[in-house]
Ligand binder design. Structure first.
Ligand code: NAD
Ligand code: TDX
Length: 357
């Protein structure tokens, strides 16, 4: 069943990151009568240059700050009278969560509860259809699959990394607020995203950047772990549908049915880089370097998105092939962007993580 929500003033959190900036770049021009306020702490993963295309738009403003700061969040709710929240802000990299988990509990869990609490105070007594809190979560909360079966909305939670545990805790709080205080929430759990503006600690931009420079490409373990990849544009379209038409209290799984082992994905990317840079076929495959596995590495994620497809009519536009081709072309023509986000501290992190320069 389709439910209407008409957003008027929307708080976007984490809008300077990968998915948040792709979302704003699409939504700000699409909905000129909606006011968007982007609250972002600008961690290493946040980058305002992603938003150049909309930074001067009349219906967009940026606020630098922490979602876990209750005074700031309360004052933004009071000033802007938000009708809607789309909550992206999070520490998002699994490897960093293994090295330093506390930042993840603060931003991902406490930050989410801080936003929920502000919404509860200000939205009390308002009709459910007039307000919406869309919490952007991940399929990693469900844990790891074997070779068969798919995650569905009914899959029990089984988070296994500090990152996924912090996101699972946040999801539980969102549902607790829906149940206890009747807060009108929606939750989306999406599979691995890829596309423009992804910080190059994540597998796909990392491989493209390093291959373009002829540097070794780290593959964890034997590269046989499986991820279900979705182009970020298709994720953003799903979020737009869920925000406007999702049922209050409902969860939607988002995924493109594009399963691939890491080794196959890396090989495809290296071949695309070679093709687009005019190198001989297979030239970059020798860059693959198998490195020790991620501790507790989840074996397989895979999504059944039937509920989203059937109830809201969502369909991804990209195949994995067309999406990877577009993404490789984007990064190869935005090497200056990659350069600008990978500062010295990132290179030190990379060195300590993989022992590679
Ligand atoms: P990202 O790391 O690229 O961006 C996160 C953004 O949040 C950054 O701009 C950062 O500055 C900001 N931020 C971090 N902590 C903050 C805080 N305490 N207060 C305010 N801002 C803060 O992440 P992403 O890949 O764009 O992911 C966005 C959301 O989508 C996350 O909630 C993530 O869990 C979820 N998600 C990501 C994927 C994926 O494949 N990337 C898949 C499913 C779900
Ligand atoms: O150098 C690498 N080598 C490698 O083999 C890196 C960075 C990763 N990997 C492997 C680990 C994973 O199996 O590739 C796969 C993808 O790794 P990431 O890009 O780090 O993504 P993942 O750990 O799967 O989590 C991502 O998807 C779900 C996002 O980072 C999360 O924010 C999102 O919730």
């Amino acid at each position: 069943m389709v439910h209407g929500h008409e957003p008027k003033r929307v708080l976007i959190t984490g809008g300077a990151g990968f998915i948040g900036s792709n979302f704003l770049l699409r939504m700000v021009p699409r909905y000129p009568s909606i006011q968007f306020v982007n609250l972002d702490k600008l961690t290493y993963a946040g980058n305002l240059t992603n938003l150049r295309g909309i930074e001067r738009a009349d219906n967009y403003m940026f606020v630098r700050g922490d979602v876990a700061d209750p005074a700031l969040v309360a004052s933004l709710f009071s000033t802007h009278k938000f009708t809607s929240v789309v909550h992206f802000a999070a520490e998002s990299h699994v490897d960093r969560s293994i090295m330093a988990p506390l930042a993840f509990t603060r931003s991902n869990t406490l930050g989410t509860v801080t936003l929920l609490e502000a919404a509860r105070q200000v939205w009390a007594g308002k009709a459910a259809g007039a307000r919406r809190f869309l919490h952007v979560s991940t399929d990693e909360v469900f844990g790891s699959l074997g070779h068969d079966s798919l995650f569905t909305e009914e899959t029990p939670y089984n988070p296994r990394s500090p990152y996924s545990a912090s996101k699972a805790a946040a999801d539980h709080f969102v549902r607790a607020y829906a149940h206890t205080y009747k807060l009108p929430v929606s939750i989306s759990n999406c599979s691995n995203n890829y596309g423009p503006y992804q910080f190059p600690e994540k597998l796909i931009p990392l491989v493209i950047m390093r291959a373009a420079h002829g540097q070794p490409v780290p593959v964890y373990g034997q590269g046989d772990n499986v991820r279900d990849w979705l182009h970020v544009a298709d994720h953003c379209e799903a979020l737009d549908l869920i925000l406007h038409m999702g049922a209050p209290g409902e969860t939607y799984l988002v995924g493109g049915s594009n399963e691939c082992t890491n080794l196959n994905l890396v090989t495809t990317l290296l071949d695309l880089v070679d093709e687009q840079l005019g190198h001989p076929k297979g030239h970059s495959r020798s860059l693959i370097q198998f490195v020790p596995d991620r501790p507790g590495h989840d074996f397989r994620y895979a999504i059944c998105a039937d509920h989203l497809r059937q109830s809201l009519g969502w369909q991804p536009r990209y195949t994995l092939e067309s999406g990877l081709r577009q993404t490789v072309a984007w990064y190869l023509s935005h090497m200056d962007w990659l350069q600008s986000v990978t500062d010295r501290s990132y290179m030190d992190y990379f060195q300590s993580q993989y022992g590679m320069a």
